[in-house]
Design a protein around this ligand. Structure first.
Ligand SMILES: *Cc1c(COP(=O)(O)O)cnc(C)c1O
Length: 411
């Protein structure tokens, strides 16, 4: 079989990831390969660390990506700091909370999983009580839960954890780079994100950062591969080699310990993605995501569809729409994709079939995409027999943008 050259349709990706990569990122990826210890490449690694600190809002010494999708960074942190029998609280409020709990369990911890109905978040007083009761080593929590579209505030929790000498590990995969995340100010000890969401870079890396409190655990567990170091036996060694942060951090330091081979093209991509954020300004970028998210909600409400979940805890970058009575969610998404070229996302677990999810992240988060999505969705729902307020959605959204005056986002 002689296959044809790769030739894909153009898509507007309005999901919670992967989203459209910034064209500048795609261009950077086509740059030729250079060696992993070439001084030019080493300099790029340093720039990525510096830019990561900017996006994470941290002064931490350690800020670098793990090669792999977002969960690789989460697994690297959990694997590297959890030892058998450690007590870890995981407050779950959707699918990615369960993922964290599962990784904590595989690391050999004593897991204290909290569960709440999908669509809700945790009250700080409740979490505080649980911390007092259980006295854990770690609290591991999702910030923006893309499966339910809910945002869990971390500031009070972080402060309380620090006061009580508990480590806070946060999954900010769906928030960093598009929603406010203040690593240092909120006392997050280890913060992990991903590339394919608000950073507008393809999937394949997991930028993370952690502080001295985490690093002191790594120091006690350090063991380097034979062939590089014959003296580093350590009974407390980290189970995983690939996810061993004690070695990876040395690869990302002046000693350049030979661990994995850094993913060259992905590093170019991440550097450009982070540089674009610096150029836009992280706070401008967060505001852009909030405004486009609001424009989408205003349009959907004018259309007459119901948004899932409480308003107060809504993520600005993910919107869950309840499937109108009698309609098939799969058919709605099928029409959106095949007739309009717009991809929306389905849902998991208890929400499967009941809602569909719209993302406005990274390079996908643009005014024209919001307006196209609203127009196409109105036609699609009408086509499948739903009663919607025809003509109102795009109009309401346009009005919303107009009323922003000079506060309108540039894209
Ligand atoms: C997307 C996502 C992940 C998992 O990301 P992968 O890149 O698929 O590993 C984890 N947590 C949250 C909150 C996410 O939205």
């Amino acid at each position: 079989m002689a296959y044809k050259e790769l030739n894909l349709p153009s898509r507007t990706i309005m999901t919670p990831g992967p989203v459209e990569a910034d064209p500048r990122v795609l261009r950077a990826m086509s740059t030729p390969i250079i060696g992993q210890f070439d001084p030019v490449f080493l300099n790029l690694m340093d720039e990525v660390m510096d830019l990561s600190r900017y996006v994470f809002k941290t002064e931490n010494k350690r800020a670098f990506p793990v090669d792999g999708t977002s969960r690789s960074g989460i697994e690297a942190v959990l694997n590297s700091i959890i030892e058998p029998g450690d007590k870890v609280i995981v407050p779950v409020f959707g699918r990615f909370g369960y993922l964290m709990a599962e990784m904590v369990e595989r690391s050999g911890a004593e897991v204290h999983m909290l569960e709440t109905e999908w669509g809700q978040i945790y009250d700080f007083e409740f979490l505080k009580k649980k911390i007092d009761e259980i006295n854990p080593k770690i609290v591991a929590i999702v910030h923006g839960e893309t499966s339910t579209g809910r945002l869990q505030p971390l500031d009070e929790l972080g402060k309380y954890c620090r006061e009580n000498d508990v480590l806070l590990v946060a999954d900010t995969v769906a928030t960093t780079g598009g929603v406010e995340v203040k690593t240092d100010e909120w006392f997050i000890d280890a913060n992990i994100t991903g590339t394919q969401k608000n950073l507008a870079v393809p999937t394949g890396m997991s930028p993370l950062t952690y502080n001295d409190r985490i690093e002191s655990i790594l120091a006690k567990r350090r063991k380097v591969e034979k062939g590089l170091d014959y003296d580093s036996e350590n009974p407390r060694f980290i189970q995983s080699n690939y996810f061993d942060l004690s070695q990876i951090q040395e690869y990302w330091s002046p000693s350049r310990l030979n661990h994995h081979t850094e993913s060259t093209s992905m590093l170019y991509a991440l550097r450009e993605g982070l540089r674009v954020i610096q150029e836009e300004g992280i706070d401008n970028r967060i505001e852009r995501h909030t405004l486009h998210g609001n424009a989408l909600s205003v349009g959907l409400e004018a259309m007459g569809v119901k948004l899932f979940g409480e308003k107060d805890s809504k993520m600005p970058v993910v919107t869950l729409v309840e499937v109108p009575e009698g309609l098939d969610e799969v058919k709605i998404r099928h029409t959106m994709l095949h007739e309009f070229g717009i991809e929306l996302a389905g849902a998991f677990g208890p929400l499967a079939g009941k809602v569909f999810r719209i993302g406005n992240m990274g390079y996908s988060c643009r005014k024209n995409n919001i307006l196209h999505t609203l127009g196409a969705l109105e036609s699609t729902l009408t086509h499948h027999g739903a009663k919607v307020n025809k003509g109102d959605a795009v109009e309401a959204s346009l009005e919303f943008y107009k009323n922003l005056g000079d506060k309108q986002p540039i894209i």
